[in-house]
Design a protein around this ligand. Structure first.
Ligand code: GLV
Ligand code: MN
Ligand code: MN
Length: 427
């Protein structure tokens, strides 16, 4: 006679699992603010719908689910040793405007699929596994990124609660409207020592793995970034009557600044600069722009490179504006130093890759990720999965394959099944 335990199939069908991950990515993409586009920003109806769907999948996978005070959805798969630090994984479920569907959700749905299999097998680890669906990473709606991870790391800056969205709604109001009271934010913080490691699976969002014919890579470090919002105030005037030499055109000052940023960042390998937003409020075809607003994003793996570029750019803004008779209001909205992934976790990812026939490949992340915030309370590491279409991301053409999702799932299962919580003080 066979027992229930003997009847349990201990093999995992990774092809079926990865098809489900890809299907769920598509289902989650239906939760969007803009029909036909992937836009899901913090605490909108689409965002809340996605949170509910993720929570349901976590429960189906055998996890207990809670929503923390910032709106993170956290699924917990209990371990056998209640005193053990936990293994945390996850990624974000907000998106940029008109973005891709894999940026974030892959790193939530893949571990949920793996936990469902361990649950089916009745397999438990000495440590609990928590899958965090981070509520906000991109910073789109309130111009403040990484809110979910900041809540967990205990570094949520409550000044951003006054930030307003395009409709003039403050973050504070949006949270109350979603049954989240900001006064409870401190309760989301997790103390150092409670998390043995945080590991995130994420698409690469670049071309390196695809160009090298590799499905997976281990992240070495996450680049630092400096961001500004720049408001330029010139003098609005008649497009037909004001001679060129007499103009104080805010948009042209912005254009010159943008071209300087491009030139300065071109001059140093590893440095990148982007003006992703550039608006002329109340502009019209026959009016010289009196105001312009632009964003500036400067990044580099090496902090010294980034800081030097940011200093040069802010000095050049002053020079350009002085020459053009335009007033500049430069507001630094974000600064993050480059964060390294823990060596011992990188080694564990590499060992898992090699056990599955993958060539070891390490690469830095130019994109920001929640791990750079969680690093304040726990060692972090990341597994990158190849993107198709030349690695394009933050773009609806972002893509990846089910085969790569299957391989990443195998490697993730291997990583967790071989994970050991380091003795205190040894990580
Ligand atoms: C997040 O995707 C970022 O790097 O801006
Ligand atoms: Mn992302
Ligand atoms: Mn992103």
């Amino acid at each position: 006679m066979t027992t229930m335990q003997e009847q349990t199939d201990l093999t995992i069908d990774f092809a079926t699992m990865s098809n489900q991950i890809m299907e769920r990515v598509d289902v989650l993409a239906l939760h969007t603010e803009q029909e036909g586009m992937m836009t899901r920003t913090y605490l909108t109806a689409a965002h809340r719908g996605a949170a509910g769907q993720i929570a349901a999948w976590m429960r189906d996978a055998g996890m207990t689910v809670r929503r923390d005070a910032s709106g993170n959805v956290i699924g917990r798969y209990e371990g056998t040793d209640p005193g053990s630090p936990l293994l945390m994984t996850g990624s974000h479920f907000d998106t940029v405007r008109n973005g891709g569907r894999y940026d974030g959700p892959l790193g939530i749905l893949l571990p949920i699929g793996c936990v469902a299999e361990w649950n089916r097998q009745g397999k438990r680890f000495p440590f609990a596994v928590e899958v965090v669906a981070f509520c906000e990473e991109e910073g789109v709606r309130f111009k403040a990124p990484l809110l979910g991870s900041r809540a967990i790391a205990g570094t949520f800056d409550t000044r951003v609660l006054d930030n307003v969205d395009d409709q003039g709604i403050t973050m504070h109001e949006a949270m109350l409207g979603a049954d989240l009271d900001p006064v409870h934010l401190p309760t989301a913080a997790v103390a150092r020592g409670k998390i043995a490691a945080f590991v995130e699976v994420h698409i690469e969002q670049g071309p390196v793995l695809q160009e090298e014919g590799l499905a997976l890579g281990v992240v070495t470090a996450i680049s630092g970034a400096t961001r500004y919002m720049l408001e330029l105030e010139g003098v609005a005037g008649h497009a037909g009557t004001v001679p060129m030499m007499s103009r104080h055109d805010a948009a042209m000052a912005g254009a010159e600044i943008a071209l300087f940023i491009e030139k300065r960042c071109n001059a140093a390998p590893g440095l990148v600069g982007t003006v992703g937003q550039f608006t002329v409020p109340n502009g019209a075809g026959n009016v010289i722009p009196g105001r312009a607003i632009m964003s500036i994003d400067i990044r580099a793996g090496e902090d010294t490179l980034r800081v030097a570029a940011a200093d040069d750019i802010t000095m050049e803004i002053e020079r350009i504006c002085a020459r053009r008779g335009v007033r500049a209001n430069v507001k630094k909205t974000y600064e993050a130093v480059s964060v390294g992934c823990a060596d011992w976790l990188q080694q564990r990812w590499t060992a898992s890759l090699q056990r599955h026939g993958c060539a070891p490949r390490s690469l830095p992340s130019g994109a920001g990720h929640d791990g750079m915030i969680i690093a304040a309370i726990a060692p972090i590491a990341m597994l990158f999965v190849r993107c198709g279409n030349g690695g394009i991301s933050h773009n609806p053409a972002e893509t990846m394959t089910a085969e790569d999702a299957a391989l990443a799932s195998r490697v993730f299962v291997d990583f967790v099944e071989n994970f050991e919580v380091p003795a205190a003080g040894q990580a």
